[in-house]
Design a protein around this ligand. Structure first.
Ligand code: WTA
Length: 677
């Protein structure tokens, strides 16, 4: 039997008696009873890149395991002396004394090894224009950009702000910075001028690389005006702005400051020798939001980051670079686009697809059309996208040949079992046509962790819908209670990392105290991830959402994720978001926002009652939303994260706050209108 559904017993309800120190016990008693398991097919397991031996090797000697990966997956200009220096925690040094060039590893060495003609990037623009770059061509472009940036006075250690759409120049810019040792700070194109300016100021960037704009849903969408606005006030550190011509729209021009990419990069020499940088040389800063208003500049360095990125990309996606076509749909403005678009795939010599636009332009089958066209074999995307496709209906992907797909990845938020099963059958199973649907790897990690931390190995692990399952080889993850003690199977608590890992953040740019306070002070000698988690009876890890999203209702802890998952399991529900609203009596109350499926009939109060009862049935009466609102849309960022803060404003009866970072800023108005009716 190549695919079995071994009926593991459903996790028994965790008993609260005797374990009252566990923080989530009440909510977890009823957590996601999942008894489906999908073992890898024999064929998949037999050809898998990563085997169970990786776990044993890493368990025997963690730093030695990573040292072997570092030496096998990367080419060092100077070998390192020690794998890890943890003498001054929480400040880690990996691959001490080693020297390495990230761009050389992503590019030149493949050309030297005879792979110059392999396609590195297939690019598909939203309007349908295409380009492709072989490794030889991409190497040349990066060398030119490196020369151009150096000619503009950018030196090793200087910071470069990157404000670009999903076009190959984004990857070229990132790698050119890495090549010369400049530290890139990519700012997602969906951020406002103010957000861009504060990031430029915090990093004291010398150069900005941007584009006239991009395309969104068939229309030109500008970027350069935000740069102009960001730099309109004096007192910044930017000397030049390099502008890629992408959509050809007219732009404002500041003589002496602004330069066209074509006049600088394209005109530069294609000869450039990469030199090794220290393994701990800063590679990039990426800003991410924290619990306070000011975004944190997460700092990553070179050797460790590249090692873990390359290993996980190979092992978790079962990468066979000679034959696979890999597609990660994340924007380069996010960590996923850094680690799993700009760096790891190229380090591993993979062929990847890069797509500029939205999934519904010019039609809702665009992604599946691209998969058919490029024969994509590994797809890495987010649950929010999957749920959107579910909402649009399975008949859309059914029109395309998805038989090339071998591995499916998920990242960014917990994937509810219904979405997982849909992803497996409709996408991984080519609409049910495949005897062995592609394995799904649900990957848990963060901007801070730099690379994947918890995920199945697709040739080893029997996967379980909804659980990210097991720490990767060489990663020490645990779930602990309030006091920092490891919880037994069947119980929940806080996700922590007990040992340093190669791709870990090295700090918050310019703020070492905040680094210690945020991540290392909650528990003694452990990294606090900020996520709630549960170990099921098999010891598999289930992510329950941010602990900041965990609600406390009448002293019972409830996870937003869990209630959302219950709602989405109802046949009438397409999407759901849950927030904890302040409540005088119960501390917090559960408020749910629900989008109904296209074919569901909204029967008003009757539907609301039915859905509340459904949650009551799935989880328990305590979890029933006090208020359940049927809405046409949910407020989401362009990376697909639901902005709960805005929903909380509605739930708590406030005027809703700043909606400028939403993918569609009119969403809040649409919701408000629908609720007035
Ligand atoms: C959440 C994205 C459940 C989690 C790579 C984490 C996930 C935050 C998963 C980091 C997953 C990410 N299952 N939750 N597979 N992956 N998360 O920094 O709450 O944008 O703390 O990094 O996303 O988000 P970030």
């Amino acid at each position: 039997m190549s695919q079995d559904t071994t009926g593991s017993p459903a996790p028994a309800a965790a008993t609260s008696a005797g374990h009252d120190q566990a923080p989530h016990v009440e909510a977890l008693e009823n957590l996601l009873h999942e008894d489906r398991k999908f073992a890898p097919s024999q064929e998949f397991a037999a050809n898998a890149v990563a085997t169970a031996a990786d776990y044993t090797e890493a368990a025997a000697d963690r730093p030695a395991f990573w040292a072997r990966q570092a030496r096998e997956l990367l080419t060092w200009d100077k070998d390192f002396t020690d794998a890890l220096d943890w003498s001054n925690p929480p400040f880690a040094k990996w691959f001490v004394g080693g020297e390495i060039n990230a761009a050389y590893n992503a590019l030149d060495r493949h050309v030297e090894n005879g792979l110059g003609d392999r396609v590195a990037i297939y690019f598909e623009g939203e309007p349908g224009d295409t380009r492709s770059y072989t490794y030889a061509q991409l190497t040349e472009e990066v060398k030119k950009a490196a020369n151009a940036f150096e000619a503009l006075g950018v030196a090793k250690g200087d910071r470069v702000a990157v404000y670009l759409p999903m076009i190959p120049e984004a990857v070229i810019t990132i790698l050119a910075c890495a090549r010369i040792g400049a530290v890139h700070s990519v700012v997602f194109g969906g951020f406002s001028a103010d957000a861009l300016r504060s990031r430029i100021d915090d990093a004291e960037a010398k150069l900005v690389v941007t584009a006239d704009g991009t395309y969104r849903r068939g229309k030109p969408s500008p970027l350069k005006p935000a740069v102009d606005e960001a730099l309109s006030k004096e007192g910044h550190t930017v000397e030049n702005v390099v502008v890629v011509k992408r959509n050809g729209e007219a732009v404002n021009w500041v003589e002496g400051r602004d330069l066209w990419w074509d006049d600088t990069v394209e005109a530069a020499s294609a000869e450039h020798t990469a030199v090794g940088h220290d393994s701990e040389h800063p590679l990039f800063i990426l800003y991410t939001s924290g619990t306070t208003g000011k975004p944190k500049g997460i700092l990553h360095t070179t050797g460790g980051y590249l090692t873990q990125g390359a290993y996980t990309h190979k092992a978790v996606f079962d990468l066979h670079p000679e034959t696979d076509v890999y597609w990660c749909t994340a924007d380069v403005g996010w960590i996923t686009g850094h680690s799993y678009v700009a760096y790891a795939p190229l380090i591993n010599g993979a062929t990847q697809l890069m797509y500029e636009g939205t999934p519904d332009s010019p039609h809702q089958g665009r992604w599946w059309e691209l998969i058919e066209k490029y024969k994509v074999s590994i797809l890495y995307t987010a649950p929010t996208a999957i749920r959107t496709f579910m909402k649009w209906g399975r008949e859309i992907p059914a029109k395309y040949d998805l038989s090339s797909i071998r591995v499916l990845g998920s990242v960014g938020e917990p994937i509810n079992p219904e979405a997982w099963m849909w992803y497996r059958e409709v996408i991984g199973g080519n609409g049910g046509a495949k005897e062995n649907p592609a394995p799904i790897v649900d990957t848990w990690w963060q901007t801070e962790t730099g690379a994947q931390m918890i995920a199945p190995l697709p040739g080893v692990t029997a996967t379980k819908p909804g659980s990210a399952q097991v720490p990767l080889p060489g990663i020490a993850v645990d779930v602990v209670d309030d006091a920092g003690a490891s919880v037994p199977n069947g119980e929940g608590g806080y996700l922590v990392i007990r040992e340093p890992w190669p791709a870990m953040l090295r700090g918050i740019w310019g703020d070492p105290e905040r680094f210690k306070d945020t991540y290392w002070s909650r528990f003694e000698a452990m990294y606090f991830a900020g996520d709630g988690a549960k170990k099921d009876e098999d010891g598999d890890v289930w992510l329950l959402g941010r602990v900041d999203d965990v609600m406390n209702v009448s002293g019972h802890r409830l996870s937003t994720t869990e209630i959302e998952s219950a709602l989405v399991s109802h046949p009438s529900v397409a999407e759901a978001a849950v927030v904890g609203a302040a409540d005088e009596t119960t501390g917090q109350a559960v408020v749910a926002f629900v989008i109904l499926r296209g074919d569901a009939v909204n029967k008003g109060e009757e539907t609301v009652l039915e859905l509340r009862n459904h949650v009551g049935k799935e989880i328990g009466p305590i979890a029933k939303p006090k208020q359940l609102l049927i809405v046409p849309e949910l407020p989401k960022t362009r990376s697909g994260k639901i902005v709960r803060r805005l929903l909380k404003d509605i739930a708590e009866g406030r005027e809703s706050g700043d909606a400028s970072t939403l993918a569609d800023p009119s969403t809040m108005v649409q919701i408000a209108e629908s609720l007035r009716k």
